[in-house]
Design a protein around this ligand. Structure first.
Ligand code: GLV
Ligand code: GLV
Length: 325
């Protein structure tokens, strides 16, 4: 009997073909929506591998219920949706898709930064509504980027790529990181590693790239927002819960900060009340890695991780390597 893989949502064909060519039986979520928790429970039953989305919650109960499961291949770089501890305790390998989505996500952060700073979405709405009645000297004035200070919260791969793109605007770059100093940023941009408080006080644009963990949940709350400049913008393409969304809504409503560009939300896909009514925020539906090229690479990468584990080999992108020893 061949080993079987369940895929929780339609993904680009390339990875699916690779799995089939490796003689694996592939079961696909037939619906054009996420699986419910109960459907997910059924999907893991008897499977050898599962290819999951960041919107699937793989908690300890589900993991402990899975009898044959050897690998959970998350179709994302972030894996806060998976109880990795529970998986490790059961000897289940967890993998992710780092690297291939770094540039597309860094681009998305800039797209949001431009959109909110130059008020593109407000302008689009006005134009479509037939309210563009002629050029006006005081219409929708935004802010400049040139020479401003960019603060990167969490200068890992994506934060680094985001910062490197600031060269065109000759920005001063500040960053925080949980690991050691970032040689790429310091050598190329003369970036300065600072504490979060300094970054919040001195930056004109703050971009969040820290992964979500118990340490980073609500890293940016009311107190942190109150340290930001009134003219500053906050961008988040990481995970919603790194920001206290209710506190952010209040800061945006009271013009405590100038604006925000968000790709992720605390209780995705739900938005906290009031967020969608604000003009000084641009809201995207978690599109960080959403390019044809990147999603194709992610599909291949997730498939390669599954194939390696089921062949008894070390997968290229394991997040709990202790299970391999
Ligand atoms: C997207 O948010 C990812 O973690 O890949
Ligand atoms: C993710 O790839 C990160 O380290 O930022």
């Amino acid at each position: 009997m061949s080993l079987n893989v369940s895929i929780t949502r339609q993904i680009p064909e390339e990875g699916i073909t690779l799995l089939k060519n490796s003689c694996l039986t592939v079961e696909m979520n037939p619906y054009d929506r996420s699986l419910t928790y109960d459907e997910l429970l059924q999907q893991v039953e008897g499977r050898d591998a599962i290819l999951t989305m960041l919107s699937d919650r793989l908690d300890a109960r589900l993991i402990n219920d899975a009898k044959n499961l050897k690998v959970i291949a998350n179709y994302a770089v972030g894996y806060d949706n998976i109880d990795v501890k529970a998986a490790t305790a059961k000897g289940i390998v967890v993998t992710n898709t780092p690297g291939v989505l770094t540039d597309s996500t860094a681009d998305m952060a800039w797209a949001l930064l431009f959109s909110v700073t130059r008020r593109i979405v407000e302008g689009d709405k006005l134009t479509r509504a037939g309210k563009f009645t002629g050029w006006a000297p005081m219409m929708l004035l935004g802010g400049d980027l040139i020479g401003k200070t960019l603060g990167i919260v969490g200068a890992g791969r994506i934060g680094t790529a985001m910062a490197m793109r600031s060269r065109g605007w000759e920005m001063r770059v500040l960053y925080t990181t949980r690991s050691s100093r970032n040689a790429i940023l310091e050598e190329n941009l003369h970036a300065k590693r600072v504490d979060l408080e300094t970054l919040l006080k001195e930056s004109d644009f703050i971009s969040i790239h820290a992964p979500l963990s118990e340490k980073t949940r609500h890293l940016i709350g009311a107190k942190e927002l109150s340290l930001m400049k009134r003219t500053a913008y906050l961008i988040n393409t990481g995970r919603g819960a790194v920001i206290d969304e209710v506190a952010l809504i209040s800061a945006l409503r009271n013009k405590r900060i100038a604006g925000a560009g968000l790709d992720v939300y605390e209780e995705e896909p739900k938005l906290k009340p009031g967020l969608a009514e604000l003009d000084n925020v641009v809201l995207a539906p978690h599109l960080g890695s959403a390019t044809v090229e990147t999603r194709t690479k992610m599909s291949l990468m997730a498939a390669e991780n599954i194939i390696a584990v089921l062949n008894g080999q070390k997968p290229p992108n394991c997040v709990n390597p202790e299970v391999l020893t």
